[in-house]
Design a binder for this molecule. Structure first.
Ligand code: ZN
Length: 496
């Protein structure tokens, strides 16, 4: 095939796939925010149909031939084009290895497993979820064998999220993080407990918008809606949707979830418009994306300087006092306390929740026949006892708390902890150029400086660079837990 013709076909197909994904994201956002209840079944059919259309376009023989031709002629491509072809080739090769009948069974089980998981969690009924979990594990094992792996089967799953962070790379990172975290945990003393307050949805929404503006989320390129489980959908750099949920008796929950999702949203807004309609209009990896949400939620959003500047303002909007002063508020929002639920965990113990899930997933997939679904709840309890000193009494507060396994998102969890580590490394890199970050977070010029630094160094590249390239260029090294441990140690020294 002619090289120029291949290029034209490649860009055309990639654009169509990219636009289908944009439409899909919008339909999902709509389904999870404003769609009337009775639209659910029809929406599922529409989504299923356009998903298979994207699958068809991504795996057509013509597209395969075009990718092959461009790969053979890679010397004629720009660095950016080469990266697009490489990404398309990775996806094409993976999809092609899945037999159509397995793909169908896999998609069907996904929908049912999700529904059953929700009911099982509500009813604290592991037995109900168990056969579906077993199916998800078996299918993922099958996929790992089809996809292939160098070292361990679990690596085939990790590779979907970051090919440079497989078991052999993550193991030493998590070992250092685990021992550092446990040492710090032993130094935690008495916590400041903030007063219980009650705040209506309307005021919480206003505070959400206020905070989004403060952190540089462009409200003309993005909005804020209500949902059951907060998420961010980056449809286009000019159309980003973050969502939040409001708990009347816990307004701080939405404060931090808005800062978190806002961080994801700012990343999506700042991806270069030149990558529009390509497979590089995305974050470098799940880990790097999470580093941005964690940066805004924790490094900025749980800093003293941030609340010194904004506590009074959000108290005015809420119409209640949240603490005696910024010092007390700072200590309260940073209190460290081992707990059972990952998404409610503090900054220090959060990573332990992730390490526990990572170790369970390794035990499922890497150790010969693997841990059986009957043994998993006990393994879960043992690890919580060992690392956090707490043991769940119910399945709902234990193994049934996350949706990831119902979705067969094995290998996803490590991204959360990797994100925390990268956020601390990016902060260190920023500080080397601009001095202590606390000097900047309390005023609008400082926040603008932070925003443009993130945009120029990380966001604008989208997926053009691989995650390890981003880390190397910005921080001089790949993921290293020492920076996070130093950051969190300073915080613990300040509070306790
Ligand atoms: Zn996130």
């Amino acid at each position: 095939m002619d090289f120029n013709k291949s290029k034209e076909l490649f860009f055309g197909n990639m654009r169509r796939i990219s636009y289908i994904h944009a439409a899909e994201a919008l339909l999902f956002w709509d389904m999870l925010t404003i769609m009337p209840k009775k639209g659910a079944e029809a929406r599922a059919r529409v989504l299923g149909s356009i998903e298979s259309e994207a699958f068809r376009l991504s795996t057509s023989d013509e597209y395969g031939a075009v990718i092959e031709n461009l790969t053979d002629n890679a010397d004629k491509l720009s660095a950016r084009e080469k990266r697009m072809v490489e990404e398309a080739s990775f996806e094409y090769t993976r999809f092609k290895k899945i037999p159509a009948d397995l793909f169908e069974v896999f998609s069907e089980t996904k929908a049912t497993a999700g529904l059953i998981w929700r009911q099982a969690k509500e009813n604290n009924d592991y037995e109900m979820f168990k056969p579906y979990l077993k199916k998800r594990i078996d299918h993922s094992r099958e996929l790992a064998e089809l996809w292939g792996y160098k070292d361990k089967p679990y690596d085939a799953m990790l590779e979907s999220y970051d090919p440079a962070l497989l078991t052999s790379q993550i193991d030493p990172i998590f070992a250092e993080l685990l021992s550092g975290t446990r040492a710090l945990l032993s130094r935690v003393g008495e916590n400041v407990i903030l007063p219980k307050v009650s705040v209506g949805d309307g005021s919480q929404f206003k505070v959400g918008e206020y905070l989004l503006k403060v952190i540089g989320y462009d409200l003309e390129a993005g909005n804020l809606y209500t949902t059951e489980h907060p998420f961010c959908s980056g449809i286009h750099s000019g159309d980003v949707r973050v969502t939040s949920k409001y708990h009347a008796d816990n307004p701080l929950s939405s404060v931090f979830s808005v800062l978190h999702e806002g961080g994801h949203g700012i990343y999506d807004m700042n991806i270069s418009p030149e990558l529009e309609g390509t497979n590089l209009r995305d974050g470098a990896s799940m880990g790097i994306h999470e580093s941005q949400s964690r940066f805004f939620e924790n490094i900025l959003g749980r800093s003293h300087a941030f609340w010194n500047a904004h506590l009074g303002k959000i108290e005015d909007i809420f119409g209640v006092r949240l603490a005696k002063n910024a010092d007390e508020f700072y200590c309260g929002i940073n209190a460290v306390k081992p707990s059972l639920i990952r998404i409610e965990a503090d900054e220090l113990t959060y990573n332990l929740h992730v390490i526990i899930r990572y170790e369970c997933e390794k035990a499922i997939f890497n150790e010969g026949v693997g841990v059986d679904v009957d043994e998993l709840p006990e393994l879960w309890r043992e690890k919580y006892r060992e690392y956090l000193g707490v043991v769940p009494e119910t399945y709902s507060e234990g193994i049934l708390q996350d949706s990831h396994w119902a979705d067969a998102d094995f290998g996803y969890f490590p991204s959360y902890a990797i994100g925390n580590l990268c956020a601390a490394q990016f902060t260190d890199a920023f500080q080397k150029q601009h001095g202590p970050i606390e000097k900047h977070v309390g005023n609008s010029e400082g926040m603008a400086l932070i925003g443009s630094w993130l945009k120029e160094n990380i966001h604008k590249y989208g997926k053009e660079e691989k995650p390890e390239q981003v880390m190397l260029r910005v921080c001089g090294e790949n993921v290293n837990p020492a920076y996070f441990l130093k950051y969190i140690e300073e915080k613990i020294n300040r509070i306790y």
